[in-house]
Design a protein around this ligand. Structure first.
Ligand code: NAP
Length: 270
C-alpha cells in the first residue's frame, strides 16, 4: 500500500524538493503551504495534494490534516520543515519578531505534531522528521533567536522519542548546513539597527561572512536526507547534511566552550 507524507513549507526550498522526491518514489504527498494559489510546479502531479497550512494558524493545521487523511486514508510520515531565520543583535528585535520566530519554528512545529499524533498513535506507526539545522547544534553570532528555536526543536524531538516509542512512532532530526534556498533571501528577517550603531561593525563582518559562505546549491541532498530519515527504519535520531554541517558539529564536539568562543570570534572577525 502506498505511504503518505505531509510536509510543511512545501512552497520552496527543502520542502518542495522533498515533495518532489517522495512523489518520484511513488508516495502520496500532502504538500502544505501558506499560499497554495501561487503553486505551479507541484500542482498537477498525480498523488500530490496541495493544501493550505500556516503553522501559526491552528485551524488551517487541523483542516489540512483532516483533508489529507480524507484523501489518502492515513499519514505515515510528517516532515516539520517550515521555518525561517531572524538575525541581528537581540537588542534590536521587536517583541513581535521574537514571538514570530518562535511561533513559526517551534510552536508551529508543536501544533502540527499534535494534530498528527492521534492518527499515528491509533495506527501504532509513524515517523516525524523535524528539520532543525546545524544551528541546532552549533551557534554563530547575531543568530541567537534562530539558534534558540532550533536548539528547542532538538531538545523537544530527542525527548519525545521516548514517550512515542511504545506507539511505534519514530522521531528524526535533519540538520542541514548552508544551502541556497529562499532562507537567505526573501524568508530572512533582519532586526532593526536603530540606535544600535555600536553593534554595526561586528554585524557587518558577520553578514560578510554569511555572504561569502559556500552555500551548496544541491538542495537535493537535504531531500535525500529527509527521505533516508523517513524510510531507513532505524533508531538513528540525527541526520546532519552538507559539506559544512558534519565538520562544524565535529569541531564543536572537540572544543570546550572557551576555545570554541575564541575560534568563532577569530573566524567571524568580530
Ligand atoms: P525557504 O526556501 O525559505 O523555505 C521555507 C519554507 O517555510 C517556505 O515554504 C515558507 O513558506 C515556509 N514558511 C515560513 N513561514 C511559514 C508559516 N508560518 N507557515 C507555513 N510555512 C511557512 O528555506 P529552506 O532553506 O527550504 O528552509 C526550510 C527549513 O530548513 C527551515 O526550517 C530552515 O530553518 C531550515 N534550514 C535551512 C538552511 C539553509 O541554509 N537553507 C540550513 C539549515 C536549516 P512561504 O513560501 O509562504 O514563505
Amino acid at each position: 500500500m502506498k505511504k503518505t507524507i505531509l510536509i510543511t513549507g512545501a512552497s520552496s526550498g527543502f520542502g518542495k524538493a522533498a515533495a518532489k522526491l517522495f512523489h518520484t518514489n511513488n508516495w502520496n504527498v500532502i504538500a502544505t503551504m501558506r499560499s497554495p494559489e501561487k503553486e505551479t510546479e507541484l500542482s498537477g502531479l498525480s498523488n500530490v495534494f496541495i493544501s493550505k497550512l500556516d503553522v501559526t494558524d491552528k485551524l488551517s493545521i487541523q483542516n489540512a490534516v483532516k483533508e489529507g487523511i480524507e484523501k489518502f486514508g492515513k499519514i505515515d510520515v510528517l516532515v516539520n520543515n517550515a521555518g525561517y531565520g531572524a538575525l541581528g543583535a537581540l537588542e534590536g528585535a521587536t517583541e513581535e519578531q521574537i514571538k514570530q520566530q518562535f511561533d513559526v519554528n517551534f510552536f508551529g512545529l508543536i501544533e502540527v505534531t499534535k494534530a498528527i499524533l492521534p492518527g499515528m498513535r491509533q495506527q501504532k506507526s509513524g515517523t516525524i522528521v523535524n528539520v532543525s539545522s546545524v544551528g541546532g547544534r552549533v551557534t554563530f553570532p547575531f543568530s541567537s533567536l534562530y539558534h534558540a528555536t532550533k536548539f528547542a526543536v532538538e531538545g523537544l524531538t530527542e525527548s519525545m522519542q521516548y514517550e512515542l516509542n511504545p506507539f511505534g512512532i519514530r522521531l528524526k532530526i535533519v540538520e542541514p548546513g548552508g544551502y541556497k534556498t529562499e532562507f537567505s533571501g526573501r524568508s530572512m528577517t533582519l532586526f532593526s539597527t536603530d540606535g544600535l550603531d555600536e553593534y554595526q561593525p561586528a554585524f557587518n563582518k558577520f553578514m560578510d561572512m554569511i555572504d561569502h559562505w559556500p552555500m551548496s546549491e544541491n538542495i537535493g541532498e537535504v531531500a535525500d536526507a529527509i527521505y533516508e530519515a523517513a524510510t531507513d527504519g532505524t533508531e538513528r535520531l540525527r541526520y546532519p547534511v552538507g559539506h559544512d554541517a558534519a565538520q562544524l558539529i565535529a569541531t564543536r564536539q572537540q572544543m570546550d566552550d572557551v576555545d570554541f568562543k575564541k575560534m568563532m570570534i577569530a573566524q567571524t572577525g568580530i
